[in-house]
Design a binder for this molecule. Structure first.
Ligand code: NDP
Ligand code: GDR
Length: 379
């Protein structure tokens, strides 16, 4: 019998990669999707199946983590073997603007699903994965951070996720549910949301190289993150639910990099060397060398990039009221118990993202060159 999985947050980065991964393994995949006034299924459109097909293995359901009755109905209807709770208001900076909503969706949302499983008597059949986060570590207590490192959350997002973490542990201990927290460090991809720093950078690198944009404004360039590839990380989620006993795991690469170096490496990928000077809000990134052969190899006109041009400036509006300065994970437990091994290092991740954004932005460049103007329905 093929297994059935329910994924909340299926329209997000991880939801899309996980859905693809599980479909390849032969699962029936159900996804929870919020109603929105525009289509927001870009990341899963390639998986869509006509509802009239007889052998349908991919189904979307309207729902929301803030709506308990809706969640109970969907869990009852789909009778999943595995639930992956990936849905969340996942932007740390935005959580300072929407703290109550974030607590509701990211904290209580996990509780609502766990309660649905318990009340429907699915505790023996259904395994539960909670998308926990390295943001739980917050203010640095020790490095690298492992399953034993104390938590010190530094944002409404992280505090909400702390509740979700402990309620998952509690349902495991109180009711014997097979429930795991994946404490995942930052993971990125070409379909990463455009306002997270890595994607913001790789999009801007592509646009600047193609002459579509002049510069990029960023916040704290000193922040250090342990960045991996989402494709590797969804495999770890699945592995956590295939073990004999449920427990919590850190998933990370073990290597940390500053935002500043991520910028340098991303520009270097297209042959542009950027150097930083100045401090704090005055810091800027300037083009100090251009590899014209590399640009031509990528079919980019070197004329768009000028030596001495400022491509990065700091805008304090991107600073956070409380910052997480340094994250670097110790994933020894996942490597030993799950035999999990990431395939992408940071260079491979950056290559994947920059080249995907170049392809995407080239479309805009062609349209501009062809004289196409964006449709304005309100003219
Ligand atoms: P995304 O922001 O890309 O996706 C979040 C998903 O949650 C989207 O499908 C979104 O729907 C959905 N969602 C948001 N609010 C609700 C709600 N109230 N009800 C139902 N669905 C909702 O996040 P990622 O894919 O990057 O991350 C997946 C999970 O892993 C999140 O919980 C995140 O906090 C956590 N995490 C992520 C890490 C990372 O580095 N990516 C690291 C550690 C943890 P819509 O498309 O409609 O907005
Ligand atoms: P993070 O990711 O907060 O770690 O949360 P994000 O990419 O937003 O920030 C990483 C670091 O970069 C600094 N930064 C900027 N961040 C953004 N978004 N925009 C900027 O312009 C900018 N300039 C500097 C930030 O201050 C921060 O230090 C992500 C999310 O996916 C969470 O859901 C997840 O739990 C954690 O990763 C692990």
């Amino acid at each position: 019998m093929p297994k059935t999985a329910l994924i909340t947050g299926i329209t997000g980065q991880d939801g899309a990669y996980l859905a693809e991964f599980l479909l390849k393994k032969g699962y029936h995949v159900h996804g929870l999707k919020r109603r929105s006034s525009l289509f927001n299924t870009d990341r899963i459109d390639h998986l869509y199946q006509d509802p009239h097909e007889s052998d349908k293995r991919f189904t979307l359901h309207y729902g929301d983590l803030t709506d308990a009755t809706n969640l109970i109905r969907i869990v009852q209807e789909t009778q999943p073997d595995e639930i992956y709770n990936l849905a969340a208001q996942s932007h740390v900076k935005v959580s300072f603007d929407t703290p109550e909503y974030t607590a509701n969706a990211d904290g209580l949302g996990a509780l609502r699903i766990l309660e649905a499983v318990r009340l429907l008597g699915l505790g023996r059949k259904c395994r539960f994965y909670q998308a926990a986060t390295s943001e739980l570590y917050g203010l640095v207590q020790e490095v690298p951070q492992s399953e034993r490192t104390p938590f010190y959350p530094r944002s409404p997002y992280a505090v909400a996720k702390l509740y979700a973490y402990w309620i998952t542990v509690n349902y495991r201990e109180a009711y014997g549910l097979y429930a795991c927290n994946g404490i995942l460090f930052n993971h990125e991809s070409p379909v990463r949301g455009e306002t997270f720093v890595t994607r913001k950078i790789t999009r801007a690198v592509a646009r600047i190289a193609l002459g579509l944009q002049q510069r990029l404004f960023l916040g704290n360039l000193d922040a250090q993150r342990d960045w991996g590839h989402a494709k590797d990380y969804v495999e770890a989620m699945w592995l956590m639910l295939q073990q004999e006993e449920p427990t919590d795991y850190v998933v990370a690469t073990g290597i940390t990099t500053t935002v500043r170096d991520f910028v340098r490496m991303s520009f270097a990928e297209v042959g542009i060397e950027v150097e930083f000077s100045g401090k704090g809000e005055r810091e800027k990134g300037v083009v100090i060398d251009v590899d014209e052969n590399r640009l031509r190899q990528l079919d980019i006109d070197p004329a768009a990039i000028k030596f001495g041009h400022t491509v990065i400036k700091v805008d304090p509006k991107y600073y956070r009221p409380t910052e997480v300065d340094l994250l670097v994970g110790d994933a020894t437990k996942a490597r030993l118990k799950l035999r999990w091994q990431p395939k992408y290092d940071l260079n491979a991740l950056i290559q994947d993202m920059v080249h995907a954004d170049l392809r995407l932005m080239r479309k805009e460049e062609y349209l501009r060159r062809g004289g196409f103007k964006t449709l304005n329905y309100f003219e």
